[in-house]
Design a protein around this ligand. Structure first.
Ligand code: ACO
Length: 329
């Protein structure tokens, strides 16, 4: 292995459950309409797990695909890092279940929680372990069953979310997709505007917490909307500058898929055409940690990524947290 090789994405895989929940299905559940959802969010449908299917099942399928793509076997994995806000259990980690399901007995395994920015956070940990030489092969997963924490009686949140998983293998490589830099940020002063209030140490599960519907995602939509656009735009500008690049050098932005209007407003603020943004929110809604790796996989399959392209991953979510990563494809 050459000295100058850097942490790179050497394999990608994704998996979404087969069951489709359309806007028309939601019209029958809450007072909403296909028109409203498309106009305000860009979402047409989302995928939902079947009964009995759980986060580690989706993650396992995505991981096996990423490993096959990279040409690595389960025994090659040194570490598994999963980003999720819908783990199989609060503990043990979902990564441990994935380790067992794929047979990666040598790998250490743990989860991280940074909500919708979690995949970028997890990737940066994997990148650091690989660049330092401490690990050779790291599996990074973003997987969610958001349908399990979505309140299907609340029209302002239930139209947004879906289930899915994506995964990447990170290794040193001189031929695959080099991670040039990763930037992470957080603002805990806004922690309560995007939250699942029930189930933790502050508000453990009780009859009252269930009756108050505290075990579901709650947020202040308008505030999140504005903060997302401003923070993502600033971070993209900072990230290109840090890499000695200009905005015009970006070939494709792969943003977290939270709302088409957030993506459109960000591109407009940057002065970049929408053709430079990858969008698949119409099919999957917001899948939190899973949205970026699913989008990378689909962008590649659609021929949107060519060797040498500068690709910007960017995400924003609860915490608040946000992050970006620049890849030379
Ligand atoms: N169908 C029809 N009407 C609706 C619906 C619905 N599904 N939801 C809300 N409305 C109504 C509201 O009641 C309101 O009616 P009113 O004017 O009579 O009071 C009207 O539509 C406008 O509501 P707003 O909340 O102002 O709608 P807005 O244009 O802001 O869109 C949305 C709401 C889509 C939630 C937007 O604010 C948004 O996308 N915010 C970001 C949310 C986000 O991405 N959060 C990330 C969470 S993911 C994570 O980190 C786990």
């Amino acid at each position: 292995m050459q000295q100058n090789q850097r942490a790179s994405i050497t394999g990608i895989g994704s998996y979404v459950p087969g069951k489709v929940l359309t806007n028309y299905d939601l019209e029958k559940m809450v007072d909403t309409s296909d028109d409203w959802i498309i106009q305000r969010t860009g979402i047409r449908e989302r995928r939902i797990v079947e009964n009995g299917q759980i986060t580690s099942d989706l993650a396992t399928q995505a991981s096996l695909r990423a490993m096959e793509d990279a040409g690595v076997s389960p025994k090659d994995l040194d570490m598994i890092i999963t980003s999720t806000i819908t783990p199989d259990h609060i503990f043990p980690s979902t990564s441990c279940y994935i380790q067992q399901k794929i047979g990666a007995s040598r790998a250490s395994a743990f989860d991280i929680l940074a909500a919708c920015a979690g995949f970028i956070y997890a990737m940066s940990i994997g990148q650091s372990f690989v660049n330092s030489g401490a690990m050779e092969t790291v599996l990074v997963v973003g997987a969610e069953c958001l349908s399990k924490i979505t309140d299907y009686t609340d029209r302002s949140t239930c139209v947004l979310f879906g289930d899915g998983a994506g995964a990447v293998i990170i290794q040193k490589s001189s031929t695959k997709h080099e991670i040039l830099s990763t930037s992470l940020a957080a603002d805990g002063s806004q922690a309560d505007i995007l939250i699942m209030p029930g189930g933790g140490a502050k508000n453990p599960a009780s009859l009252a917490s269930v009756q108050q519907r505290n075990h579901y995602i709650q947020f202040k939509g308008k505030e999140v909307f504005k903060l997302a656009i401003n923070n993502i735009t600033n971070l993209i500008i900072e990230t290109v500058t840090k890499n000695g690049l200009g905005l015009e050098d970006i070939d494709l932005i792969i943003p977290h898929q939270s709302n088409l209007r957030i993506i459109e407003a960000t591109m407009e603020k940057l002065g970049l055409p929408m053709e430079k943004a990858f969008v698949n929110i119409d099919k999957y809604g917001n899948t939190s940690s899973a949205s970026i790796p699913i989008a990378i996989d689909e962008a590649r399959k659609e021929g949107r990524l060519s060797k040498g392209d500068i690709v910007m991953l960017v995400a924003f979510g609860g915490g608040l947290t946000w992050g970006s990563s620049v890849i030379r494809w």
